[in-house]
Design a protein around this ligand. Structure first.
Ligand code: GDP
Ligand code: MG
Length: 430
């Protein structure tokens, strides 16, 4: 996600790198580039202005830390300010009351219904007993969509589509007498920018939800601000930003929290019920800045230890050479930030042009393999190795080394899966 923003910021810091001292002019140049990058990522201009003025203030005023290069220091300040703008700490749902009521609202097509299912699955994984409720009196197909989803993931479903203002309280009353402890209520969308359906205000006062989540599509960029403003009178408590798996620019994530004064609570990263993640400002900033998503990887793997389904996905056989390549690509993109990365545990980074050369070689090797070989590397015997080496313009030793490194990464992932954080080197081409 945010590919272009990442790449451009990486270039900015590459140019700043290698200077012994960060002059006022350097800071200004860096900030000018960052400004352009943020604006082109569709971040709201006021947000950009505020962010950069705080960075400037701190960068120029702050003493240089000896262990950091000036560029790293500027980067660290930009990162901190981005995290602050995105709301600082990760926010949790309140889920007060029994059943706790979570109302999902927002413009049509933002992902409310999909998110209702995802949230149900997410909460159930964490020991809750959720119920999905459809309260869309305008579109019969909406209830059907949620009912189908509920059935697929095995979560109870109730329709309140005839008359939500009477039916939702009835459903909640009934749920009170059961084990169901969270009601996730899906509501109808409106055309982008239009005010919410009038019955929603009444529903809000009637059921007193502990959480009212505004579901917005990240792909619309800062336009999401205008769409969201229309829903502010509904006592919103947070935002779910969807479709971050797509081609979304950074605009919405960076603009929404400060413009709407609401935290982003979750992000949607795909269409499947499991594609919902708690929003973490620090992680988001890292992604935008090209620091990869290592913390996310670790988290995913640790989660795999507790849930059988995720565990299946992460069974070691399923960490293919394709995954290995993608992982290296993510680490490589962080190139100019090598000093910063090397301070993370488990990292010892080689020189950048070496990394680049090695990475190209490994990519060529993997690309010379058949899909079958990439998914089942154990079938690669001597003659296949010769063919792959020929095809990629490398040697059999190179192929062997790649396979060994892949095995090492697999082992590391297995360790992580069992909750062990390895002390050794992160798998990376030497
Ligand atoms: P609603 O009108 O707000 O209820 O939106 P829906 O839940 O029906 O979603 C609209 C479309 O967006 C559907 O095709 C969903 O599959 C898709 N969608 C929702 N969330 C995500 C997401 O996080 N990533 C992707 N790629 N698609 C999503
Ligand atoms: Mg819907």
């Amino acid at each position: 996600m945010f590919e272009s923003l990442t790449d451009r910021l990486t270039q900015v810091f590459q140019r700043l790198r290698g200077k012994g001292l960060l002059t006022q002019a350097d800071v200004e140049e860096g900030l000018r580039e960052i400004r352009e990058v943020l604006l082109s990522a569709d971040v709201h201009h006021e947000v950009v202005r505020e962010l950069l003025s705080r960075v400037r203030e701190r960068a120029v005023g702050e003493k240089l830390v000896e262990s950091l290069s000036p560029a790293q220091q500027l980067l660290a300040i930009v990162r901190q300010e981005m995290v602050r703008v995105m709301g600082g700490e990760a926010q949790k749902l309140k889920l007060a009351g029994r059943p706790a009521v979570v109302l999902l609202v927002g413009p049509a097509g933002g992902g409310k219904t999909t998110t209702a299912g995802k949230l149900g699955q997410y909460l159930r994984k964490r020991g809750r007993n959720p119920l999905l409720v459809s309260a869309d009196p305008e579109r019969p197909a909406a209830a059907e969509q949620l009912a189908t989803l509920a059935q697929k993931i095995g979560i109870p479903f109730e329709s309140a589509d005839q008359d939500p203002l009477t039916q939702v309280p009835q459903i909640l009353g009934k749920a009170k007498k059961t084990v169901l402890d969270v009601a996730i209520v899906d509501t109808p969308g409106t055309p982008p920018g239009a005010p919410p359906p009038s019955f929603l205000a009444d529903l809000f006062f009637l059921v007193k939800p502990s959480d009212v989540l505004l579901v917005l599509d990240a792909l619309v960029g800062q336009e999401a601000i205008r769409m969201g403003e229309a829903f502010l009178p509904l006592g919103l408590t947070g935002i779910v930003l969807t479709k971050l798996d797509g081609d979304a620019r950074g605009g919405a994530a960076l603009s929404l929290p400060s413009r709407l004064r609401l935290p982003i609570v979750f992000v949607g990263v795909g269409e499947r019920p499991e594609d919902l993640e708690p929003f973490e400002p620090g992680r988001m900033a890292d992604r935008i800045l090209g620091l990869g998503d290592l913390s996310g990887l670790v988290e995913k793997l640790q989660e795999a230890g507790v849930t059988a389904k995720a565990e299946k996905i992460l069974k070691e056989e399923e960490f293919t050479l394709e995954d290995f390549l993608a992982q290296m690509e993510a680490v490589r993109r962080a190139g100019p930030l090598e000093q910063l990365l090397s301070r993370l545990p488990g990292f010892a980074r080689p020189k950048e042009d070496e990394v680049e050369r090695e990475f190209k070689k490994m990519k060529a090797i993997i690309q010379s393999m058949t899909v079958e070989e990439r998914r089942n590397p154990h079938i690669i015997g001597a003659s296949r190795k010769r063919r792959i080496a020929r095809g990629s313009g490398t040697t059999v030793q190179d192929v062997n080394r790649l396979l060994a490194e892949y095995e090492q990464a697999k082992k590391l992932l297995k360790g992580l899966k069992h909750g062990k954080i390895p002390g050794g080197k992160f798998p990376f081409p030497r």
